[in-house]
Design a protein around this ligand. Sequence first.
Ligand code: DC
Length: 215
Amino acid sequence: MSQVDVIAIDGPVASGKGSVSSGVAKALDFHVLDSGALYRLTALACMNQCVDLSDAAAAEKVAQSLNPLFKDGKIYLEGKEVTDAIRTEEVGLNASKIAAYPGVRKALFELQRRSAVADGRDMGSVVFPEARLKIFLTASAESRAKRRYNQLKEKGISSNIDDLVSDLKDRDRRDMERSVAPLKPAEGARILDSSGLTLQETIDLVLAWYRESKA
Ligand code: DC
């Protein structure tokens, strides 16, 4: 398989994939594929259409007809801005549920292949196996919960650290144990544990690895 100029960054909930991906993409002038947003959009569309989330075929149909618009940093679904609406814990949890359905993953596959710094759970293993650089970005559950806590606080949403730790462990378990495209480091992926690193240090390390991969 010939290599594509893609950096695939996979990892568990709140490991910093979004911030690292956008920092690296900015430095390289790459486009970002936030694949989690597609699963979140599918979950939100299911919720809006009162689709039973335990009905795999119905969720697949929703994923097949998903037509989101990503424009100027904002996300639209059916003409309505949903940039913040897809970031709630409820939508994240439902995204993790429908992400376990093979039909949903298949429907979203083509949408994902269009793009360059790709962030998700299966970017390096399934969507871009020929990526130039594959990273499995992780951090301890406690430091991920703390980051999520601070993110929510910035948005004026109050939360509880212990609940966040338990929610993200639940979500990790479901993402890791599903039979289709489970969350795990892709073959050839470099493991990046960002627990003790700042965002800029993490971005700089990815950029250094990317330069190394092209040398
Ligand atoms: O990265 P995120 O929290 O926005 O993703 C929401 C859920 O979508 C996550 O719990 C698992 C699922 N997901 C996936 O299965 N595969 C991806 N490539 C991205 C997200």
